[in-house]
Design a protein around this ligand. Structure first.
Ligand code: ADP
Ligand code: TYD
Length: 733
């Protein structure tokens, strides 16, 4: 099965590939907050022709799969006739047949598929599915629908691993995660499209079947034919694909599938976090089983037919896609474990509402929320699974989770209609004229909602990584920082008591002058410990690097230059900034990360993302609480430098062209414009005291809120440890 339902092992870039990754950028994380810095540029990964084609084929097949699923469910219910129970059973049977093969034979088929030629496997697989889907309406019996469903899924069992295994051969490892994201978008994003197309086709078929005999009999025939054609097109696309030869497989990897499964099971059992994760995922899949198994029945009880079912399916899958795509970015600052558990709990709440509110429009809205929360849970759970599972057992863990979640799904789908029948219809009477009647399907939905909420709470209990920190405060903070880029996200600072201010701007803008004024104010007026430092050269090692960077007469390659600035910064953070912040000091740094982004990124025209990544790595994501950009035109700055007797002649940077310094200035302003809440731009052409007053005005609330920290008070205030070089004394150059 390749698209329905969302199961971890179905996606490219899942454990098997991730497990093989040796890219330090991808393998960096071992905990949920560990920094993973893959290249997320979606356009760049789709620019790889071979991957784009495979992706297109995946999108087509997924679209076909979803359309086929809706059509088969519709057809099963239609053939089964008006009897409620029979229709439910037929729908369940279709879905069980669709999922069971992967649950039971997934790992085995994966191992077999690895021995076949991948392109041939995919092409033959798509052709077979074309034939099978087309045959369903031609034969038109319930039995053949079941048989064809089973066969289609068996084919998909081989197609999926062939496709999954191909992706890492087409895409550099660094871009695997982006490839994963666009593949997910294709797999799940095609669901709402398929839902809309399904509705359109069923409505259209109603009009057409008078004219075209092949469409008569069932409204869903047209959908099945369209679906068959998508597989034909996908086969043609893959046939033209240029797949590089395969890397030899590790010996032993194909020995015993059974042992692999057992090992995966043991590993999960031993690890508290994985237990929470897998438990939560099972809860989510169980709830999914209820939705799929009883969705149609619920819709019917709400008085809507096939189109109504389509609407709810569109809502769920739109939400799913939305949640997967935007959710993790939206609350990027929140611990992933907490996000996972919260998303599960919220999904449970929505499910409960779907069951409780007997209105199709409200149900569609709640389904959207349900889908979105489930999408967030899916992506975070999936990522956590990859990060938590040790490299060598990761593939097996994914295989295990993939199989177990499917089995749970199947069992619940089979049990849900029975439970619904058992629960039967109940009427809540409020007054003589007001009453609400719930039938078994709605009650089962409500029950599943409660169970999912409980699963979320239990998951949080078992894997919370911030015990003692209020969840509400964490959420508020994450909400304030929502939508920041990956770079900024990892900059969410650990809760150290100090305050970090960086001063940025061109050479001669007045940074050193302002740093001294700031130091005096914080120390004398606020009575807090101040650490004044600078880059490059804030440490003994840094002073040596500074010599090379600014004074060398030898040519220095821009990349070497960027690396040396980053080396200086790494030492600076480790030796000066971090300890001071941990102590609770106010740290003022004359230049920081933004200087690299401006001088090496914009000035030297190195790739912005590379410079950013380098700095992030060097600083372990530490960003200032406030960055002050002293803005002045390069000519004025040059004139000031010329008038500064303490300086020697221009250094390597200062000697650069006017255009270079213009680019640097523009970049500082652009960076500030992107995040106004973390930046202050001051027109630095005014008098030093005016500039200082403006900075103080902005800093006052920031420093006021953290004056309770260690190291405050007059006694400790004078002991402002300096970095090895004493940048505060004299001009900084
Ligand atoms: N606002 C200002 N107006 C005029 N001159 C200034 C101002 N700020 C600083 N200067 C002078 O400009 C020169 C460079 O200042 P400095 O603080 O060393 O800049 P930077 O650290 O940004 O290179 C010094 O001679 C300083 O006295
Ligand atoms: C920190 C940093 C500085 N630089 C440059 C900017 C400055 O020209 C030089 C540091 O010189 P410095 O004399 O400390 O600055 P200023 O002239 O403003 O007082 O190094 C970079 O190019 N990248 C960086 O990451």
């Amino acid at each position: 099965m390749s698209a329905t339902p969302p199961v971890p092992s179905a996606a490219p870039g899942s454990g098997r590939e991730a497990g093989r990754s040796t890219d330090p950028a991808l393998a960096a994380g071992t905990g949920p907050d560990a920094e993973v810095v893959p290249d997320h540029d979606v356009r760049a990964v789709l620019a790889i022709t071979a991957f784009r084609r495979l992706w297109l084929a995946l999108a087509l097949s997924s679209f076909g799969d979803w359309l086929g699923t809706f059509a088969k469910i519709g057809m099963a219910a239609g053939i089964a006739g008006g009897d409620h129970t029979r229709a439910n059973l037929a729908v369940s049977a279709v879905i069980i047949l669709q999922i069971a093969p992967a649950a039971l034979l997934g790992p085995l088929a994966g191992a077999l598929a690895d021995r076949l030629d991948r392109r041939a496997t995919m092409v033959v697989g798509d052709l077979l599915r074309f034939g099978l889907f087309a045959s369903i309406p031609v034969v038109g019996t319930l039995t053949w629908l079941f048989v064809a469903t089973l066969l289609i899924e068996l084919v998909a069992l081989f197609w999926g691993p062939a496709k999954d295994a191909t992706v890492p051969n087409l895409v550099p490892r660094r871009q695997l995660e982006a490839a994963n994201q666009v593949s997910l978008a294709a797999t799940y994003g095609s669901a709402p499209v398929a839902g809309v197309v399904f509705i359109a086709l069923t409505l259209l078929a109603g009009v057409l079947d008078g004219f075209v005999p092949a469409l008569a009999g069932s409204q869903v025939n047209l959908a099945l034919y369209v679906n068959a054609v998508t597989f034909l097109v996908a086969a043609l696309v893959v046939a033209r694909l240029d797949i590089p030869p395969r890397a030899p497989r590790r010996e032993g990897a194909r020995t015993s599938v059974w042992r692999d499964i057992v090992e995966g099971w043991r590993f999960v059992g031993r690890n508290r976090v994985l237990r929470g994760l897998v438990g939560g995922m099972l809860g989510a899949f169980a709830a999914g089983g209820v939705v799929i198994g009883l969705g149609r029945s619920l819709v019917r009880d709400l008085g809507a037919g096939d189109p109504g079912f389509g609407v709810l399916a569109v809502a769920v899958f739109s939400g799913l896609a939305l949640g997967m795509w935007t959710g993790p970015r939206l609350l990027s600052g929140l611990s992933r474990r907490r996000l996972f558990a919260l998303a599960l709990t919220a999904a449970g709440g929505f499910l409960l509402l779907v069951g409780l509110v007997p209105n199709i429009v409200m149900a569609a809205l709640f389904c959207l929320g349900l889908g979105a929360c489930a999408g967030v849970a899916w992506v975070t759970g999936f990522t956590l699974l990859g990060l938590e599972a040790d490299d060598e057992v990761r593939g097996r863990t994914f295989a295990f989770v993939g199989s177990v979640t499917r089995i749970v799904l199947v069992l619940v789908m089979a049990a849900a209609p029975a439970l619904a029948a058992l629960l039967g219809e109940h009427t809540l009477r409020f007054t003589a004229h007001h009453a609400l009647t719930y039938n078994g399907a709605a009650l089962t939905f409500g029950l599943a909602g409660l169970l999912l909420t409980a699963a979320g709470v239990l998951a949080l209990r078992s894997m919370d990584d911030r015990p003692g920190t209020s969840l509400r405060r964490d959420l508020q903070r994450a909400w304030r920082e929502r939508g920041r880029s990956a770079g900024e996200r990892s900059g969410a600072r650990p809760p150290w008591p100090g305050t970090f201010v960086a001063l940025e701007g061109g050479d001669g803008a007045g940074k050193s002058t302002q740093a001294r004024l700031l130091q005096a104010w914080v120390h004398e007026e606020l009575g807090r410990e101040v650490v004044l430092s600078r880059e490059p050269g804030g440490t003994v090692t840094g002073v040596a690097l500074r010599e090379v960077l600014l004074l060398t007469k030898q040519p220095l390659d821009p990349r070497a230059e960027a690396l040396l600035f980053a080396a200086d910064r790494a030492q600076h953070v480790a030796e000066v900034l971090r300890p001071a912040l941990e102590r609770g000091a106010v740290v003022v740094s004359d230049r920081y990360v933004d200087s690299s982004l401006a001088y090496q990124g914009a000035g030297r025209a190195l790739e912005q993302a590379d410079v950013e990544r380098l700095s992030r790595w060097a600083t372990q994501g530490l960003l200032p609480d406030l960055t002050v950009v002293l803005d002045v035109d390069p000519a004025t700055a040059r004139a000031r430098r010329g008038g500064d007797a303490g300086r020697g002649g221009d250094d390597r940077m200062e000697a650069e062209s006017v255009a270079f310094h213009e680019r640097v200035r523009r970049q500082f302003l652009d960076l500030a414009a992107r995040e106004p809440e973390r930046y202050l731009v001051v027109d630095a052409s005014g008098a030093p005291e005016d500039v200082a007053a403006r900075i103080r005005q902005r800093l006052e609330p920031l420093l006021g809120s953290s004056t309770t920290s260690a190291g405050t008070g007059p006694a400790g205030a004078t002991a402002a440890p300096r970095p090895a070089s004493q940048p505060a004394t004299g001009a900084s150059s």
